[in-house]
Ligand binder design. Sequence first.
Ligand code: PLP
Length: 399
Amino acid sequence: MNDGIRELFSLQQSIINDFVTMTFNFDTPTNRLSTNSLRWDNFDHQKVLPLWVADMDFQSPPCVIEALTKRVQDGVYGYTHAPIELNQLIADYLLEHYHWLIDPDWIVILPSVVSGLHTAVQQLTKKDEKVLIPNPIYNHFKLACISANRQFEQIQLQLVNERWVFPNNTLASLDTHKTKLALLCNPQNPGSTVFTEPELRALGNFCIEHDLWICSDEIHAGLVLDENKKHIPIASLSNEVSQRTVTLMSLNKTFNFPGVGLAWAVAENPELRAAMQFGLHETIAPPSLFAYTATLAALKEGEPWRQELIQYLRLNRDLIKNTIAGIDKLNIGKMEASYLAWIDCSNLNHHNPYQLLLDAGLATSPGSQFGQSNFIRLNFGTQRARLNQALEIIQKTCK
Ligand SMILES: Cc1ncc(COP(=O)(O)O)c(C=O)c1O
C-alpha cells in the first residue's frame, strides 16, 4: 500500500468510526435557500456552491433549538434584560474550558463582536493615536480603524512551520510612540493559528513595555481543531496583561447562531470596562431576547454537540489538506482552528483566483477582503458531500 492510499484508507476508517459513535448527524442536508441567508441567497444556487461567509450549514444543537422553540411559543416578546445567571455561567464556562478565572462583574454583554471591535478602537484611542493590527485579518479590524478615523499599522504574519505567526523581530522594530492599541485575533482569522503561550507572552510583554491596550477577538476559541493545541486567552497570562486587555468572545460561531447574536467583553480594568459600555442601550441596541435564550442553552447543555462538531470538522480539515496536497499550484498551512481554510493560490499565476473559482461554480471569500489577493478562504463548515463537491471544482480548476 503506498502512502496516499494508506492515508485515504485511514481517513475512511475514521469516518466510519465516527459514524458509529456520533449522536448528532452533521451529514444531514440543510436547505438555507429563501431564508435571506447572506451566504446562500446571494448567488444563483443552480450555478454556484456558496462556501464563503463564516457561518455553518449545520442546524444549531437540539438544546438551542428546543429552548428557542419554547421561547417563541411564549408568544410575548417584550423588553428583556440579560438573565441574572448569565455572567456567572459565562465565568464558569471560561474557567472550565480555558482555566481562566474571572469575576462575573468584569463582563460587559454586547450584541456582537463587531460592535465590540468598533467600540474598542473608538474608545481606547484618541484621534492622533495609532492601532496595530495583523495582516491578513478579518475585515472589521481595518474597518473599525477606518470608521473611527484612526491610523493603523499592519504586522504581516509569516508562515513558519505551516503556521501563520508574528515574525520574530517585527515587534521590536516597530515605532510605537503614536500607538495605543494592539488588536489580536486568536484563533486567527484567516489562517486559523491558535497562538501558543510563548507567542502570546511575547505580544503581551511588548504591549506592557510600550504601554499599549490590547483588544483580543477570541470568537473562534470554541473551535480549536488541532489535537495538540488549547485556546489560551491572552488576558489569562498574568494580572499585568489582564489589566490592559479587553477580550471579545461569543458562542455565535461555535454553536452556529450568528443570526441571533450575543457577545461579551471581559475587562478586569474598570477603565476599560467603562469604555466598552459606551453607547450601550443608546446607539448600540442590546441583544435580542432570543440571543439570551440561545446563549444560555449553549452554555448549559451545548458541550456534547460541540465535541462532535469538532470531530466532524477535523475530518473536513483532513480532506482539504489531502486534496490540496495533491494540487501542485495550491498551498495551505495547518488548520489549527475554525472552519475557514486559507488557501495560497500564488502559483496559479492568475490575477483573480476568487473569480476563477466563482466562474467554475464555487464562491469562496476573496483573499483581498483580508489583505492578500493571491489567497482565497474556503468555508468548510458544511456537510461533507458539499465539501467534496467544492473540492472537485477546485481540483478541476486548479490542477
Ligand atoms: C474574527 C471574527 N470576529 C468577529 C466576527 C463577527 O462576529 P459577530 O457576528 O459577533 O459580530 C467574525 C465573523 O466571521 C470573525 O471571524
